[in-house]
Ligand binder design. Structure first.
Ligand SMILES: Nc1ncnc2c1ncn2[C@@H]1O[C@H](COP(=O)(O)OP(=O)(O)OP(=O)(O)O)[C@@H](O)[C@H]1O
Length: 316
C-alpha cells in the first residue's frame, strides 16, 4: 500500500524567501497526522504543494502514490481539501455552492451534505456572503468531508469555530480514521493536535524539527496554572509542593491579612498535572485555571531551537 503522503527533500522558494527547506515526511494511509508550527513555518505552503496549487522548487511529493503534478482531477477527487484562507462565492446559497463543489469532487452520497451540516449546525439555505466567519469555515469543512475522500488535507480546520463545534469536528476526524481515511491537518494549537492526531510533525522556519507520536508530546506540555486556595498560607503551599519536581516558578499572593482569605498561587507545571493536583487537593481550592500549553515553550525548546528567533522562514 503506498503512503498517503510522501515528500523527499521538498523545497519551495518564493523569490528570496525559502518557505520549505527540504522536507522529508511520510504519512501512512489511515493515520491522523498533525502538522504544527508557529506562523510562517511553512504549513500552508506544504499543503499547497500537495494539492498542486503551487509547484515545488526542488524535491518530490507523492500523494496516494502519485505525483500531484500532472495527476489531475482523478487525484483531486480522492482528496478533501480545506484551504487556510477560504474564498467562497458569496451570491449563492450554501446548498448551491456545495452542489457546485460536488460536480468537481464527484460521488457525494445523497444525505451526506445534510448530515454534515446538521452536525456542525450550519444553515445551508442562507446566502454564503451573509454567513459569519465560523459558518463559512463549517461550509469549507462540509465540502472537504462530503465525498468521503481517501485523504483529507485540512489547513487550520478549527479556525473560527466555537468550542462545541470544535469537539464535533474532532469526532468527525475520529470517524474518518475509523473508516480508513487519512487525515493530514495543521494547527498552531497544541491541545487540538493532541486531541486529534496520532503522529505530529513539528515544523519551524521551513524545516521539520521532529516527528513524534502524540503521547510523547503530551509529556512535554508546559502549562501555567493559577490557583486560589482558601485555607493555606504561602508557606504551607510551598511545603506541600516542594517535593514535586515538575512544578517550578511558584509565586504567591496572600489575601486578606490577619483573618486569612487564603492565597493565590501561580506555577509552571511541566508534563503531567496529576501530582500537582493531588498535592493541592488537601486544601480548599476556590479557583483553578490551567492555561493552554504553550507550543513554543513546550515543544520547540525541547529541541534546542530558539523560539523567539523570528517566525518568518525568509528572515534568515
Ligand atoms: N506566495 C508567497 N509569496 C512569498 N512568500 C510566501 C508566499 N507564501 C508563503 N510565503 C512565505 O513562506 C513562509 C511560510 O508561509 P506559510 O504560509 O506556508 O506558513 P504557515 O506555517 O502556514 O503560517 P501560518 O500559521 O501563519 O498560516 C513565510 O515566510 C511566508 O511569508
Amino acid at each position: 500500500m503506498p503512503l498517503a503522503i510522501e515528500t523527499t527533500r521538498l523545497a519551495k522558494r518564493f523569490g528570496r524567501t525559502t518557505a520549505l527547506h527540504g522536507i522529508d515526511l511520510a504519512v501512512e494511509q489511515g493515520a491522523v497526522f498533525g502538522l504544527i508550527g508557529p506562523n510562517g513555518a511553512g504549513k500552508t505552503t506544504l499543503m499547497r504543494v500537495l494539492l498542486d496549487l503551487i509547484r515545488p522548487s526542488s524535491g518530490r511529493a507523492a500523494v496516494l502514490g502519485r505525483e500531484p503534478r500532472g495527476a489531475g482531477p482523478a487525484l483531486r477527487r480522492e482528496i478533501g481539501f480545506l484551504p487556510g484562507e477560504l474564498r467562497l462565492e458569496g451570491r449563492i446559497s450554501g446548498h448551491e455552492l456545495l452542489r457546485h463543489y460536488a460536480r468537481i469532487s464527484g460521488r457525494v452520497a445523497p444525505a451526506a451534505v445534510d448530515v454534515l451540516a446538521e452536525r456542525l449546525g450550519l444553515d445551508l439555505g442562507r446566502q454564503v456572503r451573509t454567513l459569519s466567519k465560523g459558518n463559512k469555515q463549517k461550509l469549507g469543512l462540509v465540502q472537504a468531508f462530503m465525498h468521503r475522500p481517501r485523504l483529507l488535507v485540512l489547513d487550520e480546520p478549527t479556525s473560527g469555530l466555537d468550542p462545541l463545534v470544535q469537539q464535533e469536528f474532532l469526532a468527525m476526524v475520529r470517524e474518518a480514521r475509523e473508516l480508513g481515511q487519512t487525515v493530514f491537518l495543521s494547527s498552531h494549537v497544541l491541545s487540538e493536535i493532541q486531541q486529534a492526531a496520532d503522529t505530529v510533525a513539528i515544523l519551524r522556519a521551513g524545516r521539520v524539527v521532529t516527528v513524534s507520536d502524540v503521547e510523547s508530546l503530551r509529556l512535554t506540555a508546559i502549562r501555567r496554572v493559577r490557583v486560589g486556595i482558601a485555607d493555606a498560607t504561602a508557606q504551607q503551599l510551598q511545603t506541600a509542593l516542594a517535593a514535586i519536581p515538575n512544578v517550578t516558578e511558584l509565586a504567591f499572593t496572600e489575601l486578606g491579612g490577619s483573618d486569612g482569605d487564603g492565597t493565590r498561587m501561580t506555577a509552571r507545571v511541566e508534563g503531567g498535572i496529576d501530582p500537582f493536583l493531588k498535592a493541592i487537593a488537601r486544601f480548599t481550592v476556590n479557583d483553578l485555571v490551567a492555561e493552554e500549553p504553550d507550543l513554543e515553550e513546550s515543544v520547540l525548546r525541547l529541541y534546542n531551537t530558539d523560539a523567539s528567533d523570528g517566525d518568518e522562514a525568509g528572515a534568515r
